[in-house]
Design a protein around this ligand. Structure first.
Ligand SMILES: [Zn+2]
Length: 334
C-alpha cells in the first residue's frame, strides 16, 4: 500500500522520442523476450535508466506497485510554464539488461560515444503497466514535498513527497486518479438546468426506494426527519457482514441535499450510477455498528475517495471529525 513516486524527465527531444517509442507504444515481445526474465507478454511499456551510480541508487529503491511520473520541461533552468507531469504509469518491476538496451535503443542513442564500450546507455529497466495521462503542475508536487522554488527534477530520481501524498489522499493511486485527464467533462449547464437535480447516494446495502426526482427538498427533509432514530440495532446476516435498518427516506434527502457534489471535498460525483444519478455514498459520521444515530445531521454524501479516506485513510478519524462538523453545519447553520 505504501507505494512511492519516481520521476523521469522527458523534456529533451531524444527523451521524448524514447518515451513515445518505448512507453506509449510499448516494446514488442520479440524485442525483449530474449533478454528479460520477467513473466510479461505482448507489447510492454519499458523505460531505461542510465547505469551510473546516482541513478542506480534510486533505481534499486523501486518496488512493484510504485509509480513512474514523466516530467516535461524544455528549459530546465528556466521556470517555464509548460513544466508539468503529463504521464504516469504503475511499475510492474525492474530488470537490468545491457544487451536489451544495446539492441533496442542502439539506433536512438543521441548521446552515444559518451559511455564506454562496456556500458550501455540505459541498462536499468523499469517495466510498466499502461501509462495514463495526468495533468499535474510541477509546483503542486514541489509544494506538497515542501521543496524550494528552485526544485526541478531533471533526470531519473525519487520523489520525497510520496508519504505526504499518501497522508493527504490515502494512496498514490487515489491521488493520481484525481489527476487523470478525462477526455469528456460534463457541462455544468446540465446541472444548472435542473431537469434532474437529484443525486444518487449509493449504499453498501441495497434498499428499494422510489425515485424522488420530483419531490422537493423540504418534503424529503420532513419525511426524513420523521424517520430519524437515535440508535439503530444491527442485524447479523453473516459472520462478517452486518446490515442496518437505515431509512431510505433519510438517504433520499441526503441525495437531494448534496446536489451531486461530495460533501467532503466539494468535487462533483466522479461518475453517474447505472440509473444515471451522480454516484455518491451516504456516510454516517457515527458508526452504526457502535449504535450510532441515523439522523440527517449525522450523514454526509461522499465521493468514493472521501469515503475510503474515512475508513482506510491514515487521517480517517480526524477527517471524520471534520465531516461531523460539516454535517451539523449543513442542518443547523443554514
Ligand atoms: Zn470527496
Amino acid at each position: 500500500m505504501s507505494s512511492n513516486i519516481f520521476f523521469i524527465a522527458i523534456g529533451r527531444l531524444n527523451a521524448q522520442n524514447h518515451f513515445t517509442k518505448t512507453v506509449l507504444e510499448g516494446v514488442p515481445e520479440p524485442k525483449y523476450k530474449p533478454y528479460l526474465d520477467s513473466d510479461i507478454h505482448g507489447q510492454v511499456p519499458i523505460w531505461g535508466v542510465e547505469g551510473q551510480s546516482r541513478s542506480r541508487t534510486f533505481w534499486e529503491q523501486i518496488e512493484p506497485g510504485d509509480y513512474l511520473l514523466a516530467y516535461t520541461g524544455i528549459h530546465p533552468m528556466r521556470d517555464s510554464p509548460e513544466k508539468s507531469i503529463e504521464y504516469a504509469a504503475k511499475i510492474r518491476g525492474t530488470e537490468e539488461s545491457l544487451e536489451f538496451s544495446k539492441n533496442w535503443w542502439g539506433e536512438y542513442r543521441g548521446r552515444a560515444g559518451r559511455g564506454s564500450d562496456d556500458r550501455g546507455p540505459w541498462p536499468l529497466l523499469i517495466i510498466l503497466n499502461e501509462p495514463f495521462e495526468v495533468s499535474i503542475p510541477h509546483t503542486e508536487l514541489r509544494d506538497i514535498a515542501g521543496f524550494s522554488e528552485k526544485w526541478n527534477p531533471q533526470n531519473f530520481t525519487s520523489y520525497s513527497g510520496s508519504s505526504k501524498i499518501r497522508q493527504q489522499y490515502g494512496s498514490i493511486e487515489n491521488y493520481l486518479d484525481s489527476k487523470k485527464v478525462t477526455p469528456e467533462v460534463a457541462s455544468s449547464s446540465e446541472l444548472a438546468e435542473g431537469n434532474d437535480s437529484s443525486s444518487g447516494v449509493a449504499e453498501e446495502s441495497e434498499t428499494n426506494s422510489v425515485s424522488e426526482t420530483t419531490v422537493d427538498i423540504e418534503t424529503l427533509r420532513e419525511a426524513a426527519k420523521q424517520d430519524e432514530t437515535e440508535s439503530v440495532t444491527p442485524t447479523i446476516r453473516q459472520q462478517e457482514t452486518r446490515e442496518y435498518d437505515r431509512s431510505p427516506k433519510i438517504r433520499d434527502y441526503i441525495k437531494k441535499r448534496s446536489g451531486g457534489y461530495c460533501e467532503g471535498c466539494g468535487e462533483p460525483a466522479p461518475f453517474e450510477s447505472k440509473t444515471g444519478e451522480p454516484y455518491l455514498h451516504a456516510h454516517h459520521v457515527d458508526e452504526l455498528s457502535r449504535g450510532g444515530s441515523d439522523t440527517i445531521d449525522s450523514l454526509v454524501a461522499l465521493c468514493p475517495n472521501c469515503h475510503y479516506r474515512v475508513h482506510h485513510g491514515k487521517d480517517g478519524e480526524e477527517y471524520n471529525e471534520q465531516l461531523r462538523e460539516r454535517a451539523w453545519e449543513l442542518e443547523h447553520d443554514a
